[in-house]
Design a protein around this ligand. Structure first.
Ligand code: MIC
Ligand code: SF4
Length: 755
């Protein structure tokens, strides 16, 4: 039986009427995305049609998911909201804090020892406020959500950018910062700019070595890392229907890498099969009753150009395996062209590690298809050149895979390491031997992201993203340019052999099984549960509210850093070893912007303190300005804040005295996070004005009193030689968001309202 089936049935009950109201309000047939959005309006059935990409709309999501690395901050904020219990079903998942080193058993125990304080905190907060807690080892948040909570036609938010995975079961699932989760858990509406719609029509059928991962690798190459910003990507067509539910999940999951708000697929038989296989006949039966509402209208899919803002068509018959990278997930290269491209760019062709796992590619099907390659190699007498690391997505997947002999197959390669059911190397939780030497090297993985330093902290590791089956093939060949479709390998008898095409099982033929899934249900009445935060702790720190705006213009501000080029949330608030401070704002602020490249001098973590002319690390300089009560600003390039949902990337600068972040363009979640924390997230009206910002400028915001929706703000810069520039700044704040700025943060407002 499914969790929260009553809630799901309630959602389905309102569907027919709400969808009809939306059709009437918009005067047209509807995409699936619109059906889900319009059935989840905070104010009930639609009475008007919203302008896509323009109107801010209040929604009522059905549930919330959080992972340990973001849940700490989300729940520290929720504790300040003055509520006894969460208003919608919510869960927290312990998956990001466990390091991969020796293998699952030892690593999990070590992870628990190292993070005990944090896990106890999460467990007790969850227990107190009615939140389900998935203990360390239970699995990666998005696989666990897909297996237990995602349901067609539902809407959820999660404090992780890959919450979008649940689109594989036909949800609108959106990654947000912790402060957004607090809104929903506190029973308030959740606001989102009504998204634009990108339709992706899939025709044909995947075949041979091509996998669902290649669909999104291809889409990322077409759309680019920021091309999906502000849009929902809806997949449809025969090719979409033919994909497995977890394959759909893979595609949606990595949609975060094109900046998309989320991605989704209509309810179909593969989704139904997955629901039934994961013990949710009740959800499948309920969904079947309203199934025409759980997919786009036929007219929309017949004439997509008329209903989507953009349409992309991919013929799966022609799609070939890809590897994307290095350093950015949208640099797509068909495997067949890798040799040429890698040679041209000096990417090392020998591969040092091959890693299968992460939230996007750790399903049972993924493991079976990768195992089939390993099995074939063993049978043909081919020894692997590169060690293979595997992180199963959940304990249910791991247990079933173990029972079905998949782990034995992987272990036939002596160098294989089965790591914990957790994020592991995907988020820098990887004690990789020799990484500190910072040697130039290549790794291949089935994760989502491959930003510099992400997996092992080494800036010279070139990471490439591919399907699990390609990763297995690369592990065997040891080469980045190995094309399993055409290339042969030499076996132990000196014969030239080819690897057979991957085969696998969409779902376990003998059903899923698990002994202990790692779930902890919350107390019915949590009022007596005590949540203890030791004031001496260096892992957890209760929050002190940020100060409200004093009503004055910000004058005499200094530049903390002008970041040049890619500045993702990994550059702003690095993960890996820093994940340990995710519950302690002051400590984690010591990583603030240390990965950003300074436009003046091109170095990371070296900026000039204009007060005394010294060069120092970014957090140190920020603390010095703060001590002298000098406000600072940060300037950045395009798609600033790409990647993670971590609100630390906004809270840290805020904590260190930065009041404005001015960039050419923002990634969606980060822009909202800045607003929520009471900061000014602004964009250059004229992009070229980025070049006017000098290292030793003084900055004056001259019209903050007139800060209002749709009106530009003015920045006067005074250069060291006394000359000045006037720079016009755009913003996307509505009146309610301007109130967050005035109150010092969105949370300050909630607290006031609940007082
Ligand atoms: C990631 O993949 O970057 C993370 C780690 O899962 C983040 C969340 C975080 O920073 O804790 C994300 O994707 O939102
Ligand atoms: Fe975890 Fe990696 Fe997925 Fe983020 S992308 S949730 S770190 S597995």
């Amino acid at each position: 039986m499914a969790f929260d089936i009553k809630m799901i049935k309630k959602v389905y009950k309102k569907y027919p009427e709400a969808v009809e109201a939306a059709r009437k309000a918009t005067g047209k047939p509807l995409t699936l995305s619109e059906k889900i959005l319009y059935t989840h309006l905070w104010d009930g059935n639609a009475s008007t049609s919203f302008k896509r990409g323009e109107d801010y709309v209040d929604f009522a999501p059905d549930r919330v998911a959080m992972q340990d690395a973001t849940a700490q901050m989300a729940l520290l904020q929720f504790m300040q909201a003055g509520k006894n219990k969460v208003a919608v079903p919510s869960t927290a998942h312990a998956d990001h804090l466990i390091q991969a080193k020796l293998g699952a058993d030892k690593d999990l125990q070590e992870g628990i020892n190292q993070n005990n304080e944090v896990f106890n905190f999460l467990s007790s907060v969850c227990n107190k406020y009615g939140i389900g807690f998935w203990k360390p080892g239970a699995g990666i948040i998005h696989q666990v959500v897909l297996e237990n909570y995602a349901f067609p036609g539902g809407m959820m938010i999660g404090t992780d950018s890959h919450t979008v995975n649940a689109g594989g079961l036909g949800m609108v699932a959106i990654g947000v910062g912790g402060a957004d989760a607090v809104d929903v858990m506190a029973g308030m509406p959740w606001e989102l700019k009504f998204p634009k719609l990108i339709g992706v029509k899939l025709t044909g059928k995947l075949n041979g070595w091509t996998a669902p991962k290649d669909v999104i690798l291809k889409v990322a190459g077409i759309v680019s890392a920021k091309g999906g910003t502000g849009a929902i990507v809806e997949y449809f067509g025969d090719g979409a229907i033919a994909l497995s539910a977890t394959g759909k999940g893979t595609i949606c999951n990595m949609g975060a890498e094109i900046g998309a708000t989320t991605s989704t697929f209509g309810y179909d038989e593969s989704i139904e099969r997955y629901l039934r296989a994961t013990d949710r006949d009740d959800v499948a039966d309920a969904a079947n009753e309203i199934k025409e509402h759980l997919t786009g209208d036929a007219e929309v899919y017949a004439n997509p150009e008329q209903y989507f803002d953009e349409v992309i068509e991919i013929n799966l018959d022609d799609l070939t395996p890809h590897l994307n990278g290095p350093f950015t997930p949208d640099l797509a290269t068909p495997v067949a062209e890798m040799n040429e491209k890698a040679t041209e760019n000096g990417w090392p062709l020998d591969v040092e590690w091959a890693l299968i796992g992460s939230c996007t590619n750790s399903s049972y099907e993924d493991l079976t298809r990768a195992a089939s390659i390993v099995d074939d190699a063993v049978n043909k007498g081919i020894a692997p050149k590169t060690p293979l690391g595997i992180n199963p997505g959940s304990e249910q997947v791991r247990f079933t895979a173990e029972r079905d002999g998949l782990m034995d197959i992987f272990n036939k390669f002596e160098s294989t390491k089965i790591f914990t059911n957790a994020c592991g190397p995907c988020i820098g939780q990887w004690d990789r031997e020799g990484a500190e030497k910072q040697e130039k090297n290549t790794i291949v993985h089935s994760f989502n992201r491959n930003f510099a330093k992400r997996a092992d902290g080494n800036p010279n590791t070139h990471a490439f993203v591919g399907s699990p089956e390609m990763v297995a093939a690369v592990a065997i060949s040891g080469r980045l340019d190995f094309n399993p479709v055409t290339d042969t390998l030499t076996n132990e008898n000196g014969e030239e052999v080819k690897l057979a095409e991957p085969t696998g099982h969409e779902l376990p033929p003998n059903g899923f099984a698990v002994e202990d899934n790692g779930y902890q249900a919350p107390a019915e009445d949590g009022s007596n549960v005590e949540v203890v935060v030791n004031p001496e702790s260096n892992r957890l720190q209760l929050l002190t509210p940020f100060s409200p705006w004093d009503g004055e213009n910000i004058l005499g501000a200094k530049l903390l850093i002008k970041a040049e080029g890619k500045c993702t949330t990994d550059h702003i608030s690095m993960a890996g070893p820093w994940l340990r401070y995710r519950g302690h704002l002051d400590n984690i602020s010591n990583n603030c912007l240390i990965g950003a490249v300074n436009a003046f001098g091109g170095k990371t973590n070296a900026v000039v303190n204009q007060l005394d002319g010294t060069t120092d690390e970014v957090p140190n300089v920020a603390r010095k300005y703060k001590a002298e009560k000098v406000t600072t600003i940060v300037v950045g390039d395009h798609n600033y804040g790409e990647g993670s949902s971590r609100e630390h990337a906004a809270m840290e600068p805020r904590h260190l005295g930065v009041m404005a972040v001015i960039v050419k363009s923002f990634a969606r979640i980060h822009e909202t996070n800045l607003k929520k924390q009471g900061m000014l997230g602004l964009t250059f009206a004229n992009e070229a004005d980025y070049d006017l910002i000098k290292e030793d400028d003084t900055f004056n915001f001259t019209d903050l009193a007139a800060f209002s929706e749709g009106k530009q703000l003015t920045l006067k810069t005074v250069h060291a030689d006394g000359t000045t520039n006037t720079i016009m700044l755009n913003h996307t704040y509505n009146e309610a968001q301007i109130d967050w700025f005035k109150a010092g943060s969105a949370l300050n407002l909630i607290r006031k309202q609940n007082a």
